[in-house]
Design a protein around this ligand. Structure first.
Ligand code: ZN
Length: 106
């Protein structure tokens, strides 16, 4: 697993997320106005990857997404890998904090 030097947490493992969430997380901004979706990718080299992305990300990977859905699963390995390459790396701890804060908000 690759590592990253985080301004807030020092040396950390990386997690992958959508470009929008990655930008918010690195600026320590909230995700409150985003629709955060659990994306499940069936990747060729791993059994399954779970990623947090925002609903706008789907348009950038040519997927029609219903905003009422809480999760989305891509079973085609080729498409899943293509989507995976469009994800950005962030500090795992920063992402975890932003995601928990997002779902815990009143
Ligand atoms: Zn961090």
């Amino acid at each position: 697993m690759s590592e990253i030097i985080c301004t807030y947490h020092g040396m950390q493992s990386i997690s992958f997320t959508s470009p929008n969430i990655s930008e918010r997380v690195s600026k320590k901004e909230t995700l409150n106005d985003l629709i955060v979706v659990k994306l499940v990718l069936h990747l060729p080299f791993e059994k399954r990857g779970i990623f947090w992305v925002d609903s706008d990300f789907f348009a950038t990977v040519d997927i029609q997404f219903e905003n009422t859905l809480k999760s989305y699963e891509v079973k085609n390995e080729e498409i899943a890998f293509d989507i995976y390459t469009k994800l950005y790396a962030v500090c795992s701890k920063c992402l975890k904090e932003a995601i928990s804060e997002h779902f815990l908000r009143p």
